[in-house]
Design a protein around this ligand. Structure first.
Ligand SMILES: [Zn+2]
Length: 213
């Protein structure tokens, strides 16, 4: 369950003595600002409302936003909604930006590694592949499988094919990280050859999804 909504706070401002109360004629008012922000799990994402207000010190009549004279409204806004008070309402956005920047960096590092693996294949490399793009007789509902490099000689890779297939690339990745791929019978007994020079083309075609080493 995602918890989200808006939360608000009242920021007290200075007393003003230059506005006549429409109700009692009193000149003195306290001022304040209502700052509301949208939050997800109480992390503020962005402000949704910044409304200045006044309260008559004599009769307690309250005026908000557009009910205030333009100049008074402007003065309270400037005094109350300072950067220091409003910027924290954006802290979730800053957090999101950091998360995305990190994800982008991690993705960039992965593709750099993969480019190196394509250039210099090694024995025991795992290739997560799109089976229907390699083998015509494949189950289209479980298109992802794993190849393992058995030997490399003279620019030819001898690879083994997994006996298992997955509906998502993540399923194949998990099989590798959970060491299922090292268990007996995971790969079929027969192997086939790939020209090392074709790896980049397979990657570009989407037949080779990703490489794990
Ligand atoms: Zn009043």
């Amino acid at each position: 369950m995602i918890i989200y909504g808006t939360r608000g706070k009242v920021i007290p401002g200075a007393q003003i003595n230059n506005m006549a109360c429409k109700s009692c004629g009193g000149q003195s008012h306290s001022t304040f600002g209502v700052l509301r922000h949208f939050h997800i799990f109480w992390i503020p994402l962005f402000p949704t409302m910044q409304s200045p207000g006044t309260e008559c010190l004599k009769c307690k009549q309250t005026l908000m936003g557009k009910e205030l004279p333009d100049q008074v409204r402007q003065d309270i806004k400037e005094a109350v909604f300072t950067k220091g008070r409003v910027l924290p309402a954006f802290s979730g956005l800053v957090l999101l930006a950091i998360v995305f920047a990190f994800a982008g960096y991690a993705g960039h590092e992965t593709s750099k590694k993969e480019a190196a693996y394509l250039e210099q294949p090694a024995v025991n490399d795992y290739y997560i592949v799109n089976l229907p793009k390699l083998f015509t007789k494949s189950d289209p509902t479980h298109p992802y499988g794993i190849l393992k490099v058995k030997t490399i000689s003279g620019g030819q890779l001898e690879v083994m094919v997994a006996n298992y297939a997955y509906n998502r690339p993540g399923g194949a990745q998990q099989a590798i990280t959970k060491h299922e791929t090292t268990q007996a019978g995971y790969f079929a007994a027969e192997s086939f050859s790939i020209d090392a020079g074709d790896l980049k083309k397979l990657k570009a075609d989407g037949a080779l999804h990703s490489i794990k080493r």
